[in-house]
Design a binder for this molecule. Structure first.
Ligand SMILES: *[C@@H]1O[C@H](CO)[C@@H](O)[C@H](O)[C@H]1NC(C)=O
Ligand SMILES: *[C@@H]1O[C@H](CO)[C@@H](O)[C@H](O)[C@H]1NC(C)=O
Length: 375
């Protein structure tokens, strides 16, 4: 029995060894397993390949071209490209636009930024030399929480590290700039607010600056909550947004207009005009100086609704924009509250050596603007 048992063992070992050798010698054996993976949904495998190496789509892509199904494949491969770029951007390597382009500073607060955005959009709309136009990441960060996606593309942060990258140009000088100077991308670096010019495209601009649903709904809720007690029953209230700009604008008014901030007198007058003109007016007041308006603006039809605190400028702009008409005082923020509300506008006159360039610009538009003496 012993020898035969050993024989058997030898036999088994031999067979096992030869099988193993056969396996090792023909790695082709495993090949059929591999193509199984690419035969998964086409969108998936290339993206994982792409993320690993960045450029392995070749094998799959080659197969695709051979398949000749170009109609279906590019759709599958497009997300690959997008994902690849996304990861590159995360690593700070998103490509900068090649060739010349125009951008605009994102100086100032919300009102300024809206002016700058609308001015740039209009410039590139009117003047092919300003195309393509890109917005700075700072602009995008400020505006997109309110309005969602804007049509002008955003420059990757890595492309704006150095201002020397740009040729800084004043907005008023853009038109006359010699084409020879346009060797670098252009940064319009003052704070332009060309209301007269962008008003030509009012409908388009307003469509671009449509509040996100969530922002709109929250603003409507706030408007109703703050005026519920006053606006019970019929007829419906006429909501008048009142923006009272104070604090640091005192120096701006002195510097730019050799003037003084409008105060109680102006507001009393403007509100009185509204009471005469509209049915059942309710005044929804927002300000950068809430304690001042609380002390000075009182009445059964006045609600101090401004929120103060973090993010209040954005939330209050959305609130004022829900109103039917606007009483503004100074500055671009009040202008935008009025522009977005799309109703009648009350603005001060005679608070300085000249009126705000905004009311001058608005006077040349078809907005129903009533100039109210400041003092
Ligand atoms: C006035 O504003 C309120 C609140 O946004 C709105 O519901 C109402 O339709 C507006 N009225 C008119 C006449 O536009
Ligand atoms: C514009 O303002 C005037 C008062 O100056 C007012 O009588 C008129 O109704 C307003 N027009 C519109 C379309 O609201």
């Amino acid at each position: 029995m012993f020898p035969s048992r050993r024989h058997l063992l030898l036999c088994v070992t031999f067979i096992t060894l030869s099988l193993l050798l056969l396996l090792l010698a023909t790695p082709d054996w495993y090949r059929p397993v591999r193509p199984m993976q690419p035969s998964r949904p086409p969108g998936r495998s290339p993206s994982s390949i792409d993320r690993d190496t960045g450029r392995t789509v070749g094998s799959g892509g080659g197969q695709r071209v051979r398949d000749g199904k170009q109609g279906a494949r590019p759709a599958g491969s497009r997300p690959t490209v997008r994902r690849g770029k996304g990861s590159a951007a995360a690593a700070g390597g998103a490509p900068c636009p090649s060739g010349l382009f125009t951008t605009i500073s994102a100086h100032g607060r919300l009102g300024n930024k809206l002016c700058e955005y609308a001015t740039l959009w209009t410039l590139q709309r009117d003047d092919p030399r300003a195309r393509p136009a890109w917005i700075l990441p700072e602009m995008q960060r400020a505006l997109s929480p309110l309005f969602g996606k804007l049509p002008l593309p955003t420059l990757p942060q890595s492309c704006v590290k150095s201002e020397s990258h740009f040729l800084k140009v004043k907005y008023s000088k853009f038109d006359q700039m010699a084409s020879a100077k346009r060797r670098r991308p252009i940064l319009i670096s003052d704070y332009p607010c060309d209301a007269k010019r962008f008003h030509k495209y009012r409908d388009t601009i307003l469509r671009q600056l449509t509040f996100r649903d969530s922002v709109h709904q929250e603003a409507q809720r706030r408007l109703r909550q703050s005026t519920d007690a006053l606006c019970d029953g019929l007829p419906p209230c006429t909501y008048i947004g009142v923006h009272v700009r104070r604090t640091d604008y005192r120096t701006a008014v002195r510097r730019m207009y050799k003037g003084t901030l409008v105060g109680e007198r102006y507001l009393t007058r403007a509100l009185q005009l509204c009471r005469r003109r509209y049915r059942r007016p309710v005044f929804v007041v927002s300000s950068d100086d809430l304690s001042w308006v609380r002390r000075r603006l009182r009445g059964p039809d006045i609600v101090i609704a401004g929120s103060g605190g973090a993010g209040s400028a954005e939330r209050d702009l959305a609130l004022l924009a829900q109103c039917n008409h606007t009483v503004m005082t100074h500055g671009t923020y009040g202008f935008w509250a009025a522009y977005l509300a799309q109703g009648d506008v009350f603005a001060p006159t005679g608070f300085g050596a000249r009126d705000s360039f905004l009311s001058a610009a608005m006077g040349q538009t078809d907005l129903n603007i009533t100039m109210v003496p400041a003092f």
